[in-house]
Each structure stands twice: as C-alpha cells, then as structure tokens.
Design a protein around this ligand. Sequence first.
Ligand code: SF4
Length: 240
Amino acid sequence: MPKEKTSPVYEIFFSYQGEGLYTGQPQIFVRFAGCNLNCNYCDTVYSKVVSKRAKYLTVEEIINKIYFLYLKNKQIFETLNIKKPTVSITGGEPLIYVGFLEKLFHSLKNKGFDIYLETNGTLTKNLKKVIKFCDIVSMDFKFASECAKSFWKEHKEFLNIAKNKVFVKCVITKNTKLQEIIKSADIIKSISIKIPLILQPSIDKNVAEIQSLYNLYTQAKKIIPNVYLMIQMHKVYKMR
Ligand code: SF4
C-alpha cells in the first residue's frame, strides 16, 4: 500500500476527554504518530516519533474502527443525548498529515461525527486546509521555557484562523515565565477576548508552586475574562 494513502496511528480508543473545556465528554480518540516539536513536559513521549509500534492505516480502516467503538459505546452517547459523537484527533501533531486529514475529516463529517482537533498550534498553513471540518480546536501555546523556542507569530495566525472554534491551553511548569502568560493573554485579546485560556499545571514533571499558579491566573485574568486553572483529570484517575 503506498504510504500517501495511509498515515501512522498509535491508537484508536474510546474514553472521556480528560483536559480542557470539554473535560468529561465521551469521545473516540485517534492518536497519530510523529510530532514537529520536542517539549520537555511531553506526556505522550512515544508519540513524538513514528516507531515500529505505529500502524499505517487507511481512512477506511480508521473510520471502521471509530464506527465499531461508537456502536460499542452507543448507549453512553445516547444517555447524554449526543446526536453527533465527537472524534478527538490527537498525537503527536496530527496536522503534519494534513493531506490525509482532509480525506479523513471529509469522511467523518459525512458519517455524522463532530471533529475535535488537538494541536500544538504551529502549522498554520495546514490548519487552513482543514479548519472548515473542525468543530472544536484545542490549541496549545508553546513556550521557550519548555519547548526550546516560542511560536508567537504562528500562534497568532493560528488563532486568527480558528477563532470561533478554538480554546487555548498552556501547560504550566515551574519554569513557565510570567511574561509568557502575559504575552499569551495579550495575543488572545488581540484576536478576541472571548477565546478561553486554560492554564494547565503539569502534575508529573517540573511541578509549579501553587502560589505561582494563582499569580499566573490572576495576571492573565487582568487581561482577558475567560481564564481557567485546570488539571488533567485522566492523569488523576489513571485513564487513557
Ligand atoms: S507538541 Fe505535544 S506531542 Fe509534540 S512534543 Fe510537544 S507535548 Fe509532545
């Protein structure tokens, strides 16, 4: 099978969203292999690279697996009156496979799924190609303090493209600088003050002091109204 017709995927599974604004929502997750960044706090280290563990799957194979998981968990979606189950597209960085995503997203929409894209917010041109298919974009801001460099220009352009569908997530560690959070809030304000900002403390590496978290929250809140301090639920409950 030619590689262009497939993409490397580590796992497809049902779970509950464990972070961000949609925490608690049942979703079907598709984790792509490979990433364009190398963050110190990465909690899916294996997904940074395409290893032998990754399976090269076609759009049809991915859709079949999603549909199988949907049928298996149909009652959960129905109990919550969810007419369009959400598929979380995650990684690694899924946007590196944008050509493949265009086909996958087209097919997912035809089958009646909502699309939740988890991304590091750096591949602006690629986002442009698939934004029309996305219902929710969960975008990270990456900082020099943990990810080798900052991406302010890319993040601003990215936000501008995704602005009605996006929320921003910043992982906070003891190395996060106040200026990084202030600049994040300023960029959000320059696009739309309605865009939510989630400050997500790392709980397993370089954990920040609680006073520092409150200070970052307070300073961001002075600039934009929708700021939240939220940890990752799936880590506390040891879920996928
Ligand atoms: S962008 Fe995400 S997947 Fe890639 S290295 Fe950073 S935390 Fe890990």
